[in-house]
Design a protein around this ligand. Structure first.
Ligand SMILES: CC(C)(COP(=O)(O)OP(=O)(O)OC[C@H]1O[C@@H](n2cnc3c(N)ncnc32)[C@H](O)[C@@H]1OP(=O)(O)O)[C@@H](O)C(=O)NCCC(=O)NCCS
Length: 175
């Protein structure tokens, strides 16, 4: 279900909102970090002009719109600092299915922000958007010993899929 009136979600430390033009510099900066970009599909360096175009393209979209990725900006509620983003792509063909991705600036990793933001977006996806199953892919190369099956940025990689059902996320109360 689409949510055209989406503005923001909040969690303990975070505001999860639409991207705004003022985020372009910070978005370009973390997307230009080679370690952050390594397993992601954009090319590095990522110029600010690309960041501006990308943000402008998001204005037309709403969470839950089937087809394109919707990118949620994740910022710190205390200071407004942009920490990273969480992205959700609702399937155009499979009812109630969505894919999730996430990216956080190196300086803000390891503090539980990704976990907190993903939890809020999952809650929203299973509730407001009435998504049934959310899945994510991860690149298995850092630990794998076999040749990969997916061509990615000039090498064979292996995608591992993780999924969560709405019923697992929020089970019916027992009794
Ligand atoms: C993956 C990423 C979003 C994690 O962000 P983060 O803010 O550090 O995450 P959190 O602090 O919430 O940690 C979440 C858990 O993931 C683990 N983790 C974080 N980065 C990891 C990595 N690169 N490999 C394996 N585990 C990792 C943490 O140890 C933590 O585990 P714990 O809960 O058992 O302690 C961040 O490293 C990132 O943006 N990486 C680059 C972009 C990317 O590759 N994204 C994933 C593909 S969509």
């Amino acid at each position: 279900m689409e949510d055209p009136s989406f503005e923001h979600l909040t969690s303990k430390r975070l505001v999860i909102r639409r991207f705004a033009s003022g985020d372009a510099e910070a978005l370009a900066a973390y997307r230009t970090d080679g370690e952050v970009a390594r397993y992601q599909d954009w090319e590095c360096p990522y110029p600010i002009s690309e960041a501006r175009k990308f943000i402008a393209s998001l204005y037309q979209l709403a969470p839950g719109t089937p087809g394109p990725w919707f990118q949620f900006a994740v910022s710190l509620s205390s200071s407004g600092t942009l920490l990273g983003d969480v992205a959700l792509r609702t399937s155009r063909v499979e009812v109630g299915q969505a894919e999730l991705g996430f990216t956080f600036a190196s300086a803000h990793q390891g503090q539980g922000y990704a976990t907190e933001a993903v939890r809020a977006v999952l809650q929203y996806a299973f509730g407001q958007l009435a998504i049934h199953r959310v899945f994510s892919r991860t690149d298995a190369r850092p630990g794998e010993r076999v040749p990969g099956d997916t061509w990615f940025k000039g090498a064979w990689a292996t995608d591992i899929l993780y999924a969560q059902l709405e019923s697992e996320w929020r089970p019916e109360p027992s009794g």
